[in-house]
Design a binder for this molecule. Sequence first.
Ligand SMILES: Cc1cc2nc3c(=O)[nH]c(=O)nc-3n(C[C@H](O)[C@H](O)[C@H](O)COP(=O)(O)O)c2cc1C
Length: 224
Amino acid sequence: MKIPNISKEDVLNAFQYRHACKEFDTSKKVSEEDINFILKTGNLSPSSFGFEPWHFVVVQDEELRELLKPVAWGAPLKLDTASHFVLGLSMKAPMTKWDSDYIMHMMEDVKQFPKDVIEMYSKFYREFQERDFDLDTEKKLFDWASKQTYIALANMMTSAALVGIDSCPIEGFHQVKTEAVLQEKFGIDTTKYGLSYMVAFGYRKAEPPHAKSRRDFSEIITWK
Ligand SMILES: Cc1cc2nc3c(=O)[nH]c(=O)nc-3n(C[C@H](O)[C@H](O)[C@H](O)COP(=O)(O)O)c2cc1C
């Protein structure tokens, strides 16, 4: 495998370039190759025990986008203008509990662990969920999966910025109402998946209205 050799200047430039883009240029579409590149960096993101508790729905159908507007106050302008509009779903308890069919599928089919490794891994995973992280409610399990799905979000937005593509993360939606729409109109089984965020990709219509503001290092970093 090739050792990455991107300059720090280019990486930092991408971080400066990325901003929460409010409106996209509708005349410019993200190519299929580029959106697949972005999704691939989500796919390659780290996850607890490597169990990838996420699913991404790319909403290109205009009628489906319309259905999201009444339940997602933070999204209408992005739904109208984004080249690609992605829903970041996280798995709920029936998928992520240590003894679920999905976890067994991950260990047997995806990771192709031998039987003895599966037994050991299951034991660790169970202890982690029940003892170490106290994941004893459906809400806690969903929030834990969500934390991981946000790592994929960050990676996708950064990789997009690295190739000059804009994005906007969106939590401006009513979770219960939006999940009802996803269940009824998108064919998503919301007993298994919940919506963590939406994220829009495209090309900016205008430059950001103001420069990035961030706290000083002295406020956010402590060295001991
Ligand atoms: C989890 C999360 C949710 C967000 N939700 C929204 C949103 O619903 N609508 C929106 O326009 N921006 C949203 N933002 C963008 C933030 O407002 C923005 O990232 C922040 O103000 C910093 O600005 P910058 O991203 O341009 O550097 C969200 C950001 C994050 C990380």
